[in-house]
Ligand binder design. Structure first.
Ligand SMILES: CC(C)(COP(=O)(O)OP(=O)(O)OC[C@H]1O[C@@H](n2cnc3c(N)ncnc32)[C@H](O)[C@@H]1OP(=O)(O)O)[C@@H](O)C(=O)NCCC(=O)NCCS
Length: 206
């Protein structure tokens, strides 16, 4: 029986568990820092926190971090990587990944998403429902492309950045590390590290 551990038992975690079941994982267990306070989901057991997973990691065939916050997801990825390298990459059967694209370990693509020709996606990334990453884009580690965001060709995005729901990024733009692009933003020019940009055309707010 193929056993998967999912770190993060929130809404995103349940979506990842749902996808994993679809992809044939027969046993799915959650681990979460707040496991004592969380209500146990009848579908998938919530066993303990990340330390509990690390004690039992040899019992699992794979692990994925399903935490929406990019910084926390990456911290957990690095923490777990010290003990196991059995990260899985989950690709929804209704997402399209070009045969000439690449996607890192521990990343996930959801229904309706597209990763086009020669695009490169890092580790622990989320390409959410209906998001598109066009040709020649390069996304770092722990990037989250939220539902319905569209990234045109040749865009680069630094580690830990979050591209908000329904946003649009013009071709060739460079987005730095730990950037937040707001919901519905239209990004027409480069964004420096650690900035939050919103609106059309996108402007800095912090
Ligand atoms: C950009 C964002 C992170 C800003 O959050 P915040 O730091 O809490 O900022 P605030 O809500 O205090 O807003 C600050 C200002 O920016 C404006 N603003 C915030 N988000 C905006 C957006 N997406 N588009 C346009 N303006 C926005 C606010 O109206 C406010 O303007 P004001 O100062 O004139 O009143 C957040 O609004 C957002 O868009 N998050 C993305 C959500 C998302 O994509 N979720 C996907 C889940 S999978």
């Amino acid at each position: 029986m193929k056993k998967l551990a999912i770190i993060g038992a929130g809404g995103h975690g349940r979506v990842v568990a749902d996808l994993a079941g679809l992809l044939g994982w027969e046993s799915i267990s959650f681990f979460d820092a707040a496991w004592k306070e969380k209500v146990t989901d009848s579908r998938w057991p919530l066993i303990g926190d990340t330390s509990s997973y690390l004690e039992k990691c040899n019992e699992f065939d794979g692990v994925i971090i399903a935490i929406g916050n990019c910084e926390v997801r990456w911290k957990e990825f690095l923490n777990i990587k010290k003990s196991t390298t059995s990260f899985v990459t989950l690709k929804h059967p209704f997402s399209f990944l070009s045969q000439y694209s690449a996607i890192g370990s521990g990343s996930v693509t959801f229904a309706g998403s597209v990763v086009n020709t020669d695009a490169v996606i890092g580790n622990a990334c989320i390409i959410n429902v209906g998001a598109t990453v066009d040709h020649d884009c390069v996304l770092g580690n722990s990037v989250h492309v939220a539902p319905g965001a569209h990234i045109s060709g040749g865009v680069t995005i630094g580690d830990g950045s979050w591209i908000g729901v329904g946003s649009a990024i013009k071709q060739g733009v460079h987005i730095g590390k730990n950037v937040m692009v707001g919901a519905g933003a239209v990004v027409l020019s480069d964004i420096p590290d650690n900035a939050t940009f919103v609106g059309n055309p996108a402007r800095i707010i912090s």
